[in-house]
Design a protein around this ligand. Sequence first.
Ligand code: MGD
Ligand code: MGD
Ligand code: SF4
Ligand code: MO
Length: 673
Amino acid sequence: MSVHLSSCSLNCWDNCGFKVEVENGKVSKIDGNPDHPITKGKICGRGRMLAERTNSPDRLQFPLKKLDGEFKRISWEQALDEISNKLYQYKNEFGSTSVLHSHDYANGGLLKNLDQRFFNCFGGVTELIGSICWGSGIEAQSWDFGDANSHSPHDIVNSKNVIVWGRNAARTNMHLFQQLQQAKRRGTKLIVIDPIYNATAKIAHQHITIKPGMDGLLAAGIMKEMLRMNLEDRDFIAHHSIGFEDVVELLDTITLERISELTEVSIIDITELAKIYGDRPTSTYLGLGMQRYHNGGNTIRWIDALAAISGNVGITGGGANFANKQVGKSFSTSLLSLPEKRKNHRQFTMMEQAKSILTAEDPAIKMMIVTCGNPLTQVPNTNEVKRAFHSVDTVVVIDQYMTDTAELADYVLPTTTVFEEEDVYYSSMYHHYVNYGPKLVDPPGEAKSDLWIWTELARRLGFGDDFDYTREQWIKMGLQSLRDQGITYEKLKEFGHLELKVEDIPWSDYRFKTPSGKYEFTSSAAKQRGYDGKLSFSLPKESEWTNPELAKNFPYQLLTIHPLRSNHSQHYHLFKSEPKVKIEISKDIADKENLKNGDYAVVWNERGEISGYISILEHGVHAKIINIDEGVPAKFGGAVNKLTSSSLSDNGLGSTLYDCLVNIKAAKSHINN
Ligand SMILES: Nc1nc2c(c(=O)[nH]1)N[C@H]1C(S)=C(S)[C@@H](COP(=O)(O)OP(=O)(O)OC[C@H]3O[C@@H](n4cnc5c(=O)[nH]c(N)nc54)[C@H](O)[C@@H]3O)O[C@H]1N2
Ligand SMILES: Nc1nc2c(c(=O)[nH]1)N[C@H]1C(S)=C(S)[C@@H](COP(=O)(O)OP(=O)(O)OC[C@H]3O[C@@H](n4cnc5c(=O)[nH]c(N)nc54)[C@H](O)[C@@H]3O)O[C@H]1N2
Ligand code: SF4
Ligand SMILES: [Mo]
């Protein structure tokens, strides 16, 4: 048995350091690396289960081709020859943008950026822009500050108060959760603002239940109270910001009573929050859930503005922590991806990929290659996504498992897991350490890395020279920009993880990366793009105010938050007992619809329906909420994205996944009856 340092590869805030045991050529156990400065030996079940994900007999092991509706094993030679011939033909006949690259970010490896290199060298394809995950918040912060940068996780020790605003830390960001527990023991005041009384709310001094999609207005109410009590930071506002007068003008148009009524947060709580923000340093940890609304960007901008007005920007213990884009920007990704090779391209948004495929002309989409994503389960409006996939002549899916998406493919290519290839791993969400992950075991059957697949296809298509590098050379290429910091391939290999030199306290010099160089309450970057750039009192798209007719038929708000034990769709099939769709509802809905725990029910709207078992949330949940965790694959009764909408959020080409009205009723279980 041998033990090796490695990394979690999953799309997650924490990017944990691993200690991996290998026995007889198999990964036998995964633990946390106690020497990792942030993750300190603790990892979650999803990370541990990467052993099962690697060893499972259900792994895809051979290239498959669909013939008469059934998958048949074929050789790599045949798969690569046929796929490269098709790429060549479609490019010749219809142009290279008749090929679509559909993807998400399921693997945090640096070399996963090489898919871009392949498609750029091919001549440029139809690519996806925007983000289902965090698009609106990222753009919101870049309008306000010039970029989306977080404080170092170590800085939390300096905060007097911590507000966790719409981040499900206990479930999604376990090392922040541990820090919150420690902070609380040190006497830090902890407040959670969330429509659900989640596990983070349980440890907080106070949980504030809010009506979903109304957080921007709550931040406005807190600011109004701060101004009334003269708690704002006049110096910051005067010297380091522009556009404050626009905010004041807008705040004057609404009363605190009206804000309280719309957000369903009491005036007492709003006033208390104003005092907390005024009692510096107060740090805000924003989550991603609350920007998955039509008004999501505006929501994040209000919370940024609150942090700014209260003087909590650029100071130790403060911050509006949403993402840490400094991390990803440290690497030489364009050396890897060669954007200059791209001759043609067309862009579809990630959210609207299905609709765009169905309506594409000049050229139509003829071929689609899917990597690091499972759009059939994860992209909104599943029924439309399914129609889109069926409309494309040739679909190639590269994955480790036969997912809902792979089921619809013409070719399925088996790929490696994190322990079967060498790479370095990072996440631009939370901390700024980069981890090394060696190749520890051989992949099963004939599974090959994504990189091997791109290299073989590139050779067949005549640009093999662009892929003629060893793994070590590729990693060194990606780390080139870090050489001056002493971050090298050799050192990463030696130490297992290294600290990137990014700013621990972003904006401490008050030099913002906005066009004015100041914090922008009214965004000039937004103005340049044709928006008015001002904050507004915008609302979700599906609500009683914006669409009363819809709200009459579909009176409840559906959240589809991230599952505890799975990373999206990736772990459900490994659970000991078969997963079921759990429909969590408030006590009020249970009473109104006469539903009890364990009842079978159907949730529906105009886009689709999904059935599952009722679980009543007894405490602290907003009265009109239904939650169904996302990610459940079709074979277990999913996907909940049959119900969600593919419309875009207000900025950043983000998603509106939680901006979703539904109805619910008891149903007959096909299992029990
Ligand atoms: N266990 C687990 N962890 C994960 C993942 C996973 O799949 N499973 N996925 C990873 C990824 S890709 C991401 S993006 C992150 C996401 O991390 P989070 O942002 O923590 O998680 P989400 O599930 O996106 O957001 C859900 C939280 O937002 C709250 N919320 C929803 N609507 C609103 C609202 O209008 N206002 C407020 N205040 N709160 C609201 C929900 O009640 C919930 O607590 O998690 C990462 N970590
Ligand atoms: N309703 C609803 N939908 C959501 C969300 C929500 O909150 N609610 N959250 C959204 C968010 S935040 C995100 S980030 C997306 C995530 O969306 P996805 O990334 O599509 O979700 P996963 O289920 O993680 O699927 C990733 C797939 O990539 C495969 N994979 C893993 N590693 C590799 C690799 O190295 N190479 C290749 N080729 N494949 C690999 C996995 O086996 C898996 O099938 O989902 C979004 N969808
Ligand atoms: S999924 Fe996240 S918390 Fe779990 S081991 Fe991986 S990086 Fe750590
Ligand atoms: Mo995400």
